[in-house]
Each structure stands twice: as structure tokens, then as C-alpha cells.
Design a protein around this ligand. Structure first.
Ligand code: MRU
Length: 402
């Protein structure tokens, strides 16, 4: 996709062949186009945790490059395990992160230590290309969904509502929820997008509206609570969102607020679609509400807001009463019963185990193990034998008391 008419991706190996990796710093968009160089594992962990890169597929590819940055310093088994543990802890909800680390480990484990760094870079860049291809295919399948709505309206304008940013900035290129929209726009369909601002970090306002504008797709930014009203007045034909993790039964975890849009869509007979690649499917989970770890971020993201002042400076200001306690749940889960369809790189599936297995029959043999994490009085508990990370560390991370 384009920024100022220049084709660009969200992450790429530095052109000087240093082995460094470059990213677009998404905390600065839309007001500053800044490229940041990742040189070390620490840089990659920080970029994910601080959301310089964000969006499930992009988090996964960044983690893969993070492994490369670690291995060029030390390619031993211990260093690989330590790097994977640090990256895995950077953000808990998007399963693409664990998926990418497992892919890297599987690729590297049988490689001699002195070959690992080169193999890691090759696999990471292949994963980036695979993500682009998957997202473009999601776009092609989603285009047919939008085309059906356009035909039903006799070629009239199709109004799509989207939440958060599941555009090309959330992936390596094309995006998930926005890929069908870009395809529809390029195919000449009359399409307009309602863009939820997406508090507290405003990915809709600062990223989705920005990238739709760069591609000249008609769109209107709305406050988060507007969607229900628009649906009641026939101003939304369908909702398309991305996902950070979708269970084998079709429960869709996505940015906080998505569930409320799905409820409003159901009440108003508006189609609700989630668009996602295979790397977002978690075949080990059967109950999204009970089993998906929901990231809790710092309260300051709710009490403060960042933007550009009239004099052109970037500034962060406090919007809450000083000292107000605030909670910041970053994601929620939309149960499969509220999802009209799941748009994947292999086609559109019903949001159910049967529907998803119809597109991914090779996953039929994957057992859905009993959840490794338990729940006690509304808190997540981790079994004593869980040694990938420290038990206490994971409990603290998921329960937000770290
Ligand atoms: O917290 P973020 O900005 O990483 O959340 C992103 C989302 O919720 C996206 O909708 C999701 O990752 C799908 S991205 C293609």
C-alpha cells in the first residue's frame, strides 16, 4: 500500500544489508512518518510492547525478525529459547506471536548453530511474504462478500463499518478487514467506510482513517458509540473487523469494543464478518470468552491522549480527573453465534468448528487440549508445571497486576 504515493510495507530488512530491521513507527502516525531501526532483541520486544508495531499479523512477523536479531548475537539453543520467551511475553493476546515463534523454532531446531542466523532471516522474510499473499487472498474472497451486498443494492453504495485498525498497517501489507475494501475500491465498487475511532489508543482515527485516505477510499471517522445508531437507520450494510485470535469454534477475539458492535449488528440484521489469516486461528481453544488471555494495558492510555497541537508539536495531555483510577482491557471476544462469516485466505467459512475445518481439513487431527490456564475468582491461574515462562510472571501479566 502507499504512503504519499510511495509503495511501502510495515517492516523490512534494512537496505544496507546490516541485518538490522526497519519499521514504520505507528505511535507517530498519522502526524509523523518515522522509520525506526531495530538492531537488537530488546528493540524488537520494545517495538511490540510499546506498539510501534501492532496488529496481530505484524506482531508475528516482527517477532520472527526479533529472533533473527537475537541469533546474530548468539545462536545457541539457550539463546533461542530465551529470545522466544521474551518475545512471547511482549503481548499476550494475538496468537500470531506464538505461531511465529513456533514456526521459527521448528525451522531452526535442526540447523547447525553457525547456520541458524542466515536460515532465520530467510524464514522471517518468507513469513513476511506469506503474510502479504494471505492478506491479498483475504481481500479477493472478501471482495465477493462485498460484491454480493452491492448487487443486492442494485449497484448502490455499500457502507462498511470497521473497528480498530485491521488494515495494511496491522499486517505486512494489504491488511485483513481492509483488504476486501481495497479490492472493492479498485474493482470500481461504490464503497464507503465508517471508521470507529477506537479508544483508548485511537487506532481507527490515527491509522485506519490515515491509510484509507492514502488509498483514496471514501470514509468517515465516527466516535466509538455511533455504530448502533447508524445501524438502526440503515446506514451500515456490513461490519468487517480483524482478529487477534479466533478459536476453532469461531469465537473472535479483537480490539475492545468489537463485541458491542457485533451485538448491535445482530439486533439490526447487519452482517458481521471477521477477516483473518490461518496464523490467527488457535486450534487449541474451544471457548474464546473463557480461554483467550485478554491483555490489560496501563491506565495512562485511558486517562491521557496523544495528538498534534495547533503549533504542530506532538503532545500528550491528561483528559481524566487527576488520580482517577482507570482500567484498560485491550481486547474482547465476540462469540461465534454473532459472527456471520469468517473471511480467510482460503475462502469464507461459517463461524463454527465445522465451517473452519471445512477450509482447514489438515487441522482436524489437532486436539483441543484442556485449557492450560485456569480461572479462580475471576483471575487467571497457571499450572505449577508451566515452565515456558515463570508461572508468577504469566499470572501477573494476564491479571494486570505486573
Ligand atoms: O492493540 P492492537 O492495535 O495491536 O490491536 C489490533 C487489532 O485489534 C486488530 O483488529 C487485529 O490485530 C487484527 S489486525 C489485522
Amino acid at each position: 500500500m502507499q504512503i504519499n504515493d510511495r509503495q511501502t510495507r510495515t517492516i523490512w530488512p534494512a537496505e544496507d544489508n546490516s541485518g538490522d530491521v526497519e519499521i514504520l513507527d505507528q505511535t507517530r502516525l498519522p502526524h509523523r512518518i518515522e522509520i525506526v531501526r531495530l538492531r537488537t532483541l530488546d528493540d524488537a520486544v520494545r517495538a511490540i510492547a510499546d506498539m510501534q508495531v501492532r496488529g496481530a499479523p505484524l506482531i508475528g512477523v516482527t517477532a520472527a525478525y526479533g529472533v533473527c536479531l537475537a541469533l546474530r548475537e548468539d545462536a545457541s539453543d539457550q539463546a533461542l529459547a530465551a529470545a522466544s520467551a521474551r518475545l512471547l511475553a511482549a503481548r499476550p493476546t494475538a496468537v500470531n506471536l506464538a505461531w511465529a515463534l513456533k514456526e521459527m523454532a521448528a525451522t531452526l531446531q535442526d540447523q547447525p548453530v553457525d547456520a541458524r542466523s542466515a536460515v532465520a532471516y530467510a524464514r522471517a522474510s518468507e513469513m513476511a511474504d506469506e503474510d502479504v499473499a494471505a492478506c491479498e487472498a483475504i481481500g479477493d474472497h472478501g471482495l465477493e462478500v462485498i460484491r454480493a451486498y452491492a448487487e443486492r443494492k442494485g449497484g448502490g453504495r455499500v457502507n462498511v463499518l470497521t473497528h480498530c485498525n485491521a488494515g495494511w498497517l496491522a499486517t505486512v501489507d494489504w491488511g485483513t478487514a481492509l483488504a476486501p475494501i481495497y479490492k472493492a475500491h479498485r474493482a470500481g465498487l461504490d464503497i464507503h467506510v465508517w471508521v470507529d475511532e477506537t479508544r483508548p489508543r485511537n487506532q481507527g482515527a490515527s491509522l485506519t482513517a490515515f491509510e484509507l485516505g492514502q488509498e483514496s477510499v471514501p470514509h468517515t471517522l465516527i466516535a466509538d458509540n455511533t455504530g448502533g445508531h447508524l445501524m438502526q437507520h440503515g446506514m451500515v450494510d456490513l461490519v468487517i473487523v480483524g482478529s487477534d485470535r479466533t478459536t476453532r469454534t469461531g469465537d473472535v477475539c479483537n480490539k475492545i469494543g468489537t463485541y458491542l458492535k457485533a451485538l448491535a449488528a445482530k439486533d439490526n440484521d447487519v452482517g458481521f464478518y471477521a477477516a483473518l489469516p490461518a496464523s490467527t486461528l488457535d486450534w487449541t481453544l474451544t471457548d474464546g470468552v473463557a480461554q483467550i488471555p485478554i491483555e490489560q494495558r496501563g491506565a495512562h492510555e485511558v486517562t491521557h491522549i496523544t495528538g498534534r497541537t495547533a503549533s504542530g508539536e506532538m503532545a500528550t495531555i491528561e483528559i481524566a480527573a487527576p488520580g482517577s483510577p482507570a482500567a484498560n482491557y485491550a481486547f474482547d471476544v465476540t462469540p461465534a453465534r454473532l459472527v456471520t462469516g469468517i473471511i480467510t485466505e482460503r475462502g469464507v467459512a461459517e463461524a463454527s468448528e465445522v465451517g473452519l475445518l471445512g477450509l482447514y481439513p489438515e487441522m482436524a487431527g489437532v486436539d483441543a487440549p484442556k485449557p492450560r490456564f485456569g480461572f479462580m475468582k475471576g483471575r487467571i491461574t497457571v499450572p505449577d508445571d508451566f515452565d515456558e515462562l515463570g508461572r508468577e510472571e504469566i499470572e501477573a501479566m494476564f491479571n494486570g497486576d505486573s
